[in-house]
Design a protein around this ligand. Structure first.
Ligand code: ADP
Ligand code: MG
Ligand code: MG
Length: 252
């Protein structure tokens, strides 16, 4: 069964410590949400897990089913079953979305297990339909000129194709109108499974009305300072973060 453990993770950017010891455990079937004010390190956590070169891990560990992710290259992490939908997906001019998705999928499947072009196209078209995406997006250059909402939908398409064990979604709701939010959430919910865990990073409780988390964590100043159930997200939405700061004696 999927078991993802982050233990004492520390990371810095350009010599500045951002993550100050993150502890988190996600089992298959669970959805965890991380909420927190701007600039507290939520995206840094996602990037450090994915192995973004700008973020230097200075301590702690992150293991997926006992394997140390932090020792792996970016491609190996994906192969091991980690998936990250970024807050700001990159544009890659000159590479079509379909070519990108197929090589990502083949990397995930591993050498010798590559999917045939015909099967891939059928699979991709099916998922695009589910996400109510215009078929022309298959042939567009990756994320180039995509609206915010189209980029997010495309990240979910990628997730659906890759069938990962651990999914990290960084502000997948930002820039989505209500219809797109519903479609994206349905896509995520359809991917819920006992073998898969989710880490959903969001500013807004709104997303959590569509994707019901089992656990909610509050991140502040590079640490998870409070954990609870869905009721915690509701309280944050209603009252903001000040009460958490007061409770914990955090001064900014
Ligand atoms: P959040 O996602 O919670 O809003 P981030 O993880 O994006 O926060 O940022 C945490 C802190 O790290 C902020 O102070 C931000 O300015 C800083 N930071 C993030 N990315 C970079 C970067 N590439 N270079 C320099 N500082 C960065
Ligand atoms: Mg932010
Ligand atoms: Mg962020």
């Amino acid at each position: 069964a999927t078991h993802f453990v982050i233990d004492g993770l520390k990371a810095e950017i350009e010599g500045k410590e951002i993550l100050k010891g993150i502890n988190l455990e996600i089992k298959g079937g669970e959805i965890h949400a991380i909420m927190g004010p701007n600039g507290t390190g939520k995206s840094t956590l996602a990037s450090a897990l994915m192995g973004h070169p700008k973020y230097e891990v200075t301590g702690g560990s992150a293991t997926l089913d006992g394997e140390d992710l932090l020792e792996m290259g970016v491609d190996e992490r994906a192969l091991a079953g980690l998936f990250l939908a970024m807050q700001y997906p990159s544009e890659i001019p000159g590479v079509t979305n379909s070519d990108f998705l197929r090589s990502a999928l083949n990397a995930r499947l591993g050498e010798g297990n590559e999917i045939s072009l015909i099967k891939f196209i059928r699979k991709m078209e099916g998922k695009m339909k589910e996400l109510e995406m215009n078929p022309e997006f298959a042939h567009r250059y990756l994320n180039e000129g995509f609206s915010g909402g189209e980029k997010k939908r495309n990240e979910i398409l990628q997730m659906m194709l890759l069938d990962p064990k651990i999914v990290v979604l960084d502000e997948i709701d930002s820039g989505l109108d209500i219809d797109a939010l519903r479609i994206v959430s349905n896509g995520v919910n359809a991917m819920r499974s006992e073998d898969r865990g989710f880490l959903i990073i969001t500013h807004y409780q709104r997303l959590l009305n569509y994707i019901k988390p089992d656990f909610v964590h509050v991140m502040m100043q590079g640490r998870i300072v409070k954990s609870g159930g869905p009721e915690l997200a509701e309280r944050l939405e209603n009252e903001g973060y000040d009460w958490v700061k007061e409770e914990l004696g955090i001064v900014d």
